[in-house]
Design a protein around this ligand. Sequence first.
Ligand SMILES: N[C@@H](CCC(=O)N[C@@H](CS)C(=O)NCC(=O)O)C(=O)O
Length: 207
Amino acid sequence: MKLYYAETMNSWKTCAVARLVGPDVSFRPINLKSGEQRCAEFLAINPNGKVPVLVDGDKTIWESNAIMCHLAIVAGSDLWPRDARQVEIVRWFGWAADHFCRFAGELYFEHVIRAEFDMGAPNPASVAEALGYVRHYSAILDTHLDGRSYLVGEALSLADFAVATILPWAEAAQIPLDEFPAVRRWHERLMELPAWRSPFPAQIEDA
Ligand SMILES: N[C@@H](CCC(=O)N[C@@H](CS)C(=O)NCC(=O)O)C(=O)O
């Protein structure tokens, strides 16, 4: 299998799962700064021009949550349990994409990506709006995590990774984690996992 990635939030969770469950994956960095994601060769595997993408034999899978599921299924990992907990996990996938990571991702864009890609200063109106939503959804997450170690049941699952994938940038993106102690504790617990803390391989081409 080959995982095309960049050192950004949606690749974080897929690279971490690849490292954690250990199927045979080679990592291929894509240089977003030079626009490699828009070259014809890359568009042929993902017409959206975005990372991550996983190629496994004749299967090409884009969308980070689908990639995590595929990696876990191939490895037979309980991160994607074979029972009704899948419904709960899919619920958190949707919640992360449409609510929490959507707005936390806007803070990440304003405070991290703009600087990295020379796109000018953060837009104060966008930051203020995103921050309001991030506080709203962080409060919901904090209530859910109060007294729990993980999002679904008693065990780590792909739901945790889907929602937490923005939090390694919490400080840089000015996500107010200190206001949400259960979220902070959960994020810190995940960061104790070496594969989660350091998901990206050295930038070595193994194409
Ligand atoms: N819904 C997609 C989002 C992928 C995405 O937005 N990737 C960003 C990096 S985190 C990207 O490739 N951006 C490059 C671009 O849009 O040109 C997923 O979860 O995989």
